[in-house]
Design a protein around this ligand. Structure first.
Ligand code: AMP
Ligand code: MG
Length: 414
């Protein structure tokens, strides 16, 4: 792994460059486990799944109505057919349809032999002597053909894919009960800082409650992660080093917050260098410049900044994509689009910025975004009220009201 501790004089890495370096240094997990579908929601599919059957497996009715042979249609005139029986969903009509006959049929029921079309029940008149079909009855209507959803032998879902509820439904429709998924990533995380105390204790001057551990615990709530919360470590080099070495024995990934910057008590990069390797430790984003990435033995290490908003931004923009790469997912770019900005935004050129915004839509469907309020990297309250990032490119030197900006929604409600 590249050691670039002395990169201060060089230009900071962009997110893409940082992710490129992470990708180059990562070996995706190979281990798989078999899970019942009911346990597989959100997990990463490790082996493509093929269908052993046609879906649907029978020709069946797409409507409640009457199944008939369209050779009975008399051009442009109404016609009457005798009712020969009923085909229920799950209880097919067992007979053979003779000329001049039709069968009552319900949605999903098998089309009887001899029938090739279904007329909607609303279009016929039921009479004592038979079913009266209208003049405009069409041929080959309302039938779901064998294999029209999935053909026997076709790929249902290709690996790697994060399994959604819809995916599980699709697999279930093929009678699949179990899938192979990537094993969970073992992640250890802890906060660092002498000033941190846990909720429940009263605050002395200079102390703050540790918000990052709760924050990260939430961000790490994902079925692909097996998370261990290692608590708070004070700004003590020996304790920090021992904690790193101990955590690296069991975890695939360590995530810390705080101590990643250049202050007198910011030891993270130095300790990482002493017990492992530093790949990079600064990136050109705001908030979140001090971000250390490296390795301790076989364990990947992410030293995030201390300020809570920077923790969220660096987690979402760097750590989460890296964790997906570890599970073999290479192409999961966030959805971004343009919106008109309704508040001025200050920015100095140099770093890509992720401001917190409130995105909304007018009656014409045009997107508008406003600053969520104070933009300091310690201001969690405005982030809590926001629903998107306003992503400003590195060279941008500010935004005026009415300018078009790029937004990345992270909450799909207003
Ligand atoms: P540092 O990177 O350690 O210099 O921390 C930067 C800022 O983030 C300081 O104001 C810290 O007090 C704050 N901070 C660090 N860790 C936490 C935490 N776990 N919860 C809340 N704020 C934190
Ligand atoms: Mg600190």
């Amino acid at each position: 792994m590249l050691d670039v501790c002395s990169q201060e004089a060089r230009p900071l890495l962009t997110i893409d460059e940082a992710l490129g370096r992470i990708k180059d240094s990562l070996s995706p997990l190979n281990d798989k486990e078999e899970l019942a579908l009911t346990k597989a929601l959100g997990r990463v599919l490790a082996e493509s799944v093929y269908s052993a059957i046609d879906i649907p497996n029978d020709r069946n009715a797409a409507m409640d109505g009457y199944a008939f042979d369209s050779r009975n249609i008399v051009d442009g005139t109404p016609f009457k057919l005798v009712l020969a029986g009923v085909s229920w969903a799950g209880r097919p009509f067992s007979g053979q349809l003779e000329p001049g006959e039709c069968v009552r049929i319900f949605t999903g029921a098998v089309i009887p032999d001899g029938a090739d079309s279904v007329v909607m029940q609303e279009q016929v008149r039921v009479e004592e002597s038979g079913i009266q079909f209208p003049a405009n009855t069409g041929t080959r209507r309302n039938i779901r053909e064998i294999g029209e959803d999935v053909k026997k032998g076709a790929c249902l879902i290709a690996e790697p894919k994060i399994l959604t509820a819809v995916d599980l439904g699709l697999l279930a429709s093929a009678g699949i009960t179990h899938v192979l998924v990537k094993r969970q990533i073992k992640i250890a995380h802890f906060s660092t800082g002498d000033e941190l105390i846990a909720a429940g204790q009263s605050l002395a001057s200079g102390q703050i409650y540790d918000s990052n551990r709760t924050l990260l615990g939430g961000l790490l709530t994902d079925p692909n992660y097996l998370v261990v919360d290692l608590g708070v470590i004070p700004d003590n080099k020996k304790l920090l080093k021992d904690s790193f070495i101990e955590a690296a024995k069991n975890a695939d990934v360590i995530i810390t917050t705080g101590g990643a910057s250049v202050g007198e008590a910011d030891y993270i990069k130095e300790i990482l260098a002493s017990c492992g390797e530093v790949n990079f430790w600064k990136i050109a984003i705001k908030p979140g410049k001090p971000l250390a990435f490296g390795k301790i033995g076989g364990c990947y290490f992410f030293g995030l900044p201390g300020n809570p908003v920077a923790v969220v931004v660096t987690f979402q923009q760097i750590v989460a994509p890296a964790l997906r790469l570890l599970s073999g997912i290479c192409n999961a770019n966030p959805l971004r689009f343009k919106a008109v900005c309704t508040t001025p935004l200050k920015k100095a050129p140099g770093r890509q910025e992720f401001l917190r915004g409130i995105l909304n839509k007018d009656e014409q469907g045009e997107f508008f975004v406003a600053s969520a309020g104070q933009q300091g990297s310690h201001i969690l309250s405005s982030m809590s009220q926001s629903n998107c990032y306003i992503v400003l490119p590195k060279d941008c030197d500010g935004v005026a009201v009415g300018d078009t900006v790029t937004v990345e929604p992270f909450r799909l409600f207003i």
